[in-house]
Design a protein around this ligand. Structure first.
Ligand SMILES: C[S@@+](CC[C@H](N)C(=O)[O-])C[C@H]1O[C@@H](n2cnc3c(N)ncnc32)[C@H](O)[C@@H]1O
Length: 215
């Protein structure tokens, strides 16, 4: 049985990281799903692993620990999150390459068809679209219409960057209406399945796995 040890993020108490998302139930559910999926992930022998919206870096560092031969690339819009991810990686003695960018916008050309594993715990709370602005803490949760504005953009990028056998894991919440959004992702050419779901207070969280539909 493969295990994922939760990385040390004790430095997040430092004032400079006040605007960084603290790992919460959604982050831990994603880690649990990745732990459950590790046997499959190992069979892919992933070389390029990407996390979009790395926040504290807890997920990226866990992935780098489990997949030491992979290049782990992490992006976030929030400059403090990018620094926190670098500190988390150093504290946990792993390599993570951090790029401050919007989703994958400065990387997608170079990553076209190259990403073997992509994970994302996006801002998924349903808000007014106008709340999606800035690069501070609200960018961690404000997801606009149906909480899907950022998720839809991540899925669009996936169509470009995912390798032939690549897989992706996304966090969805019930306000995202998974029952209608999953068929939409299938229409875009992905096979989708729910790996785990869990209630966390008022939220009902899902981890959904995507891969390119085989012809
Ligand atoms: C819910 S937090 C998840 C943080 C971390 N991955 C975790 O699971 O604990 C979402 C993260 O996405 C980042 N984010 C929001 N919009 C983004 C965008 N357009 N491009 C890149 N990162 C973004 C936020 O700054 C935040 O760090």
């Amino acid at each position: 049985m493969f295990k994922i040890k939760t990385p040390d993020t004790s430095h997040l108490k430092y004032e400079e990281f006040e605007s960084v998302y603290d790992p919460a139930e959604d982050s831990f559910l994603l880690l649990d799903a990745l732990e459950q999926e590790l046997p499959l992930i190992h069979t892919l022998n992933p070389l390029i692993v990407v996390e979009v919206g790395c926040g504290s870096g807890v997920i990226s560092s866990a992935l780098s620990t489990c997949l030491p031969a992979a290049i782990v690339l992490s992006t976030d819009l929030n400059p403090a999150a990018c620094r926190a991810t670098q500190v988390t990686a150093a504290a946990n003695k792993v390599q993570v390459q951090v790029v401050r960018t919007d989703i994958l916008s400065t990387l997608s050309d170079r990553l076209r068809g190259q990403v073997d594993l992509l994970v994302c715990n996006p801002p998924y709370v349903a808000t007014e679209d106008t709340e999606i602005s800035g690069t501070g803490l609200p960018a961690s949760w404000a997801g606009g219409n149906l909480g899907l504005v950022i998720t839809r953009r991540v899925v669009e990028s996936l169509r470009e960057v995912l390798s032939e056998h690549g897989i992706a894991y996304l966090v969805l919440e019930q306000c995202n209406k998974p029952e209608t959004y999953i068929p939409e992702m299938e229409e875009l050419g992905f096979d989708c399945s729910t790996v785990i779901s869990r209630r966390a207070g008022r939220e009902l969280l899902y981890i959904v796995k995507l891969s390119r539909r085989k012809r």
